[in-house]
Design a protein. Sequence first.
Length: 160
Amino acid sequence: MKRIGITGHRFIPPEARGHIRAGMRAALRGGRGGALEAYSSLAVGADQIFADIALSCGAELTVVIPSGDYANGFTDPAELAGFQRLRDRATREVRLAFPHSTDEAYYAAGAYIADRCDRLLAVWDGCPARGRGGTAEIVQYARDLGKPVTVIWREGLVRP
């Protein structure tokens, strides 16, 4: 089974969404010819977009929940509904032992995904992480492991 994980920004500028979705579809469809497992923490933004596309491509979804109170971080009802909808469709759920959502919990979830995937997709603008466990840190972690990383971002676009 081919395993693809995601790391990426929570805020995706509207003008980048089509490009990012197309890049994800291409990466997931490139795995034809065998079973596919997708790893995501279902955060708002890249994680949820990836999980939704992966499921539409027939992948099994493994959800990595960083902490016991993770769902409490979804303050927007629509974002929480998206998280719950995707979580309900997951084949597997992995809960990390952190009681609270912290940068360390997010880093551990990203590392868990990088450790287990064959390829990591990164919705990343190439800038340094804005906190522990940010996209840039997980990309570097995966590269240090020798994992292939596919960066998906619209050239010339900078996040606010």
